[in-house]
Write a protein that binds this ligand. Structure first.
Ligand code: SAM
Length: 197
């Protein structure tokens, strides 16, 4: 999916996004816990959508939450719910953030984006040297529902998502430590990059 496609599609979804995706797009609580936001951290949520992750950042004591997204309507909803957040309309492949951030998060977006490797490179650029990055996204269906993997792939494929992207190899180019967390059940995968090389 390119930028203008994302903007048009998610502008059209903004009004129903939280109702239709909040419970389907799982793993936010554990992925944000693995990100390990500490009091005073600046946190950037790339392709933040309506801000469904922001609660966890604020609860952990983030001093500032910055959300970047292609869709102004998704951002309007984030801003309405979190007036203190800084939201910026832009392309996560090329945008730049003023100053460094200690934590970067990106959920359920890289699997959609054509230039996902460049988007990771761009996210890394905004991180402080001791910063940490977390990606939460689609992976193969596992556990009790693994039999439904072909159907699941077909369904998310219709929406332009690819569950087989090689995030780990790309993160290993930038971080000393890369962890992959695959819960036994479901499709969510979380990757944590820690300690910039
Ligand atoms: C499935 S939503 C995920 C939103 C949010 N991260 C979440 O977990 O609910 C994908 C988001 O990626 C955004 N997006 C897609 N391509 C983008 C790009 N190149 N730059 C910025 N945002 C993009 C869309 O506008 C949309 O809000």
């Amino acid at each position: 999916m390119n930028l203008s496609h994302a903007e048009i599609y998610f502008d059209s979804q903004a009004a129903i996004y939280n109702a239709t995706r909040r419970h389907f797009l799982r793993g936010r609580e554990s992925a944000t816990a693995l990100l390990g936001v500490e009091p005073g951290d600046r946190v950037a949520d790339f392709a933040c959508g309506t801000g469904l992750n922001f609660d966890w950042f604020y609860r952990a004591g983030a001093s500032e939450v910055i959300g970047i997204d292609a869709s102004s309507r998704m951002l309007d909803r984030a801003k309405r719910r979190y007036p203190d957040a800084h939201v910026l309309q832009g392309d996560i492949v090329t945008c730049s953030i003023e100053g460094e951030v200690q934590k970067v998060f990106c959920s359920y977006a890289l699997s959609l984006i054509d230039d996902w490797e460049k988007a990771i490179e761009n996210m890394v650029r905004s991180l402080s040297r001791d910063g940490r990055l977390a990606i939460l996204d689609f992976g193969p269906m596992r556990g009790a529902l693994r039999f439904s993997d072909p159907l699941f792939r077909w369904w998310i494929g219709i929406h332009g998502a690819d569950p087989d992207r090689g995030y780990r190899a790309v993160l290993e180019r930038f971080f000393r430590s890369v962890e992959v967390h695959l819960p036994k059940h479901g499709f969510a995968v979380t990757l944590i990059g820690d300690g910039l090389l």
